[in-house]
Structures are given as C-alpha cells and as structure tokens.
Design a protein around this ligand. Structure first.
Ligand code: AP5
Length: 216
C-alpha cells in the first residue's frame, strides 16, 4: 500500500503516520524529517534548506524530488510506504507520479486531514519530541505520563523544532494554502482523496484512518 498524508502544518500527519505504519506494516518517508537530518548533518542539502525552513517557506522542488526518489529507491521493491509532507506542489505531485510509474508502483490513497487553521498554531507551538527516541508529545494534547520523562524510552531530554514558533507557522500556513491545498483537487480528479476529521482526538483520527484503509 502507498499512501500520501495531505494536510496543513500541525494537522497530525507525523502523529498518525507513526500509528498507521505499525498497524499496516508500512514505512514513513517524511521530507521534513529528511531535511532536518540533512541540516543536523550539515550536508549540502541541509545548508541549502535551513534558512528556507526557518522562514516557513518551501524548499525547492528539485531538492525534494531528488531526496524522495532516493528514499523510495532504497526500499524493497514491494515495501508499502506513507509519504508524510510530500508532495506539496503540483510539480512534486507530477514528479512523484513519474517516480512511482518508473518503479511499477501505484498510489492507493491520499488521505486529507481536515483541520481548521485556528487550532494549528496551538498544536505546533506546544509540540515537543524526545531527543533520544523521537517520540512526539504536546504540552496540552499529549503530555508525557510522568512529567519530564519520555513514556517510550525514559529519557529526560526533549527538543523543540526551530520552525515551531508563531511567526513561522503563519508563513507555513500561507505556503500550504497557496501551493499545497490545490493538490486536493489534483488528487480528487484522480479519485484518490479520502478525508478524515483531523479536529477529532488523536485516537479517533487513527480509527477513522484505519476504517478508510480497511474499507478499500
Ligand atoms: P514538515 O516537517 O513536513 O512540517 P509540516 O508539514 O509543517 O508539518 P508538521 O510536522 O508541523 O505537522 P504534522 O501534521 O506532522 O503534525 P504533528 O503530527 O507533529 O516540514 C517542515 C518544513 O520543511 C516545511 O515548512 C518546509 O520548509 C520543508 N519541507 C518539508 N517537506 C517539504 C516539501 N515536500 N516541499 C517543500 N518543502 C518541504 O502534530 C502537531 C502537534 O499536534 C503534536 O504535538 C501532536 O501531539 C498534536 N496533535 C496531533 N494530532 C492531534 C489531534 N488530533 N488533536 C490534538 N493534538 C494533536
């Protein structure tokens, strides 16, 4: 199975991808994570991407298509996967279509995560992650069971993303509406869109996704 998760910043794409991949034996390819790794490692791609990401703008299609092509190329030929945060432009969507076609793969679903802009700033500015195992949390919506201790690995170190501030969120939302939202029609015309209510609680969103993926 090959899925795309499509939704604005903070819609819950990363949160749900982690849950869906376990349930359906998929791997997640997140361009945001790939770019953050490149920035951390100081690669050429990382150097080119950092300022763009911190400004909340979109990294060039050329870079994105190259890293996605490479990541898909590293998978076993029949391995199912989730694209999280990509495509974000029509050019990326066209290129991903071509990448899948050249490998004889088919896109099964595009899941639209419907969330009102009003809740996104709070979701993003409250997000934090375990520095050791990467488990994701939120100051209000998904606290650790014991304050200051990761539920999964027991680490006491957490990180926050440098682009998770109110100003950058505004720019990221603007980029989403201008460049990514048109992809909803792009995939609707291809009969691939399935929508879930991303305003619901995290467990309920997972259940909606499971229903979508087991029904079809
Ligand atoms: P990326 O890392 O992809 O960020 P994003 O799309 O802005 O998405 P987020 O990771 O912020 O949100 P999410 O939907 O995964 O939400 P999450 O599950 O964490 O991209 C970062 C940057 O990289 C971009 O701005 C761009 O510069 C660049 N980039 C990446 N891909 C690119 C591409 N293809 N083209 C060009 N540039 C690209 O949830 C958020 C918080 O809310 C969490 O704390 C979570 O616990 C909480 N939460 C989740 N669901 C719920 C719920 N249902 N109810 C309450 N709280 C919830």
């Amino acid at each position: 199975m090959i899925l795309i998760l499509l939704g604005p910043p903070g819609a819950g794409k990363g949160t749900q991808a982690k849950r869906i991949e376990e349930r359906f034996g998929l791997l997640t390819l997140s361009t945001g994570d790939m770019l953050r790794t490149a920035v951390r490692e100081g690669t050429d791609v990382g150097k080119r991407a950092k300022a763009v990401m911190d400004a909340g703008k979109l990294v060039s299609d050329e870079i994105i298509v190259a890293i996605v092509d490479e990541a898909i190329g590293r998978l076993e030929p029949t391995q199912g996967f989730i694209l999280d945060g990509v495509p974000r432009t029509t050019a990326q969507a066209d290129a991903i279509g071509a990448i899948l076609e050249k490998r004889g793969r088919t896109l099964d679903h595009v899941i639209e995560m419907k969330v009102d802009d009003t809740v996104l700033t709070e979701r993003i500015t409250g997000r934090f992650t375990c520095a050791k195992c990467g488990a994701g949390y939120h100051d209000t919506f998904k606290k650790t069971k014991v304050a200051g201790v990761c539920d999964k690995c027991g680490s006491r170190e957490f990180t926050r993303r440098s682009d998770d501030n109110a100003d950058t969120v505004k720019a990221r939302l603007k980029a989403y509406h201008a460049e990514t939202a048109p992809l909803l029609d792009y995939y609707r015309q291809r009969g691939l869109i399935r929508a879930v209510d991303g305003m619901a609680e995290i467990d309920q969103v997972t259940r909606q996704m499971e229903q979508v993926l087991t029904r079809n």
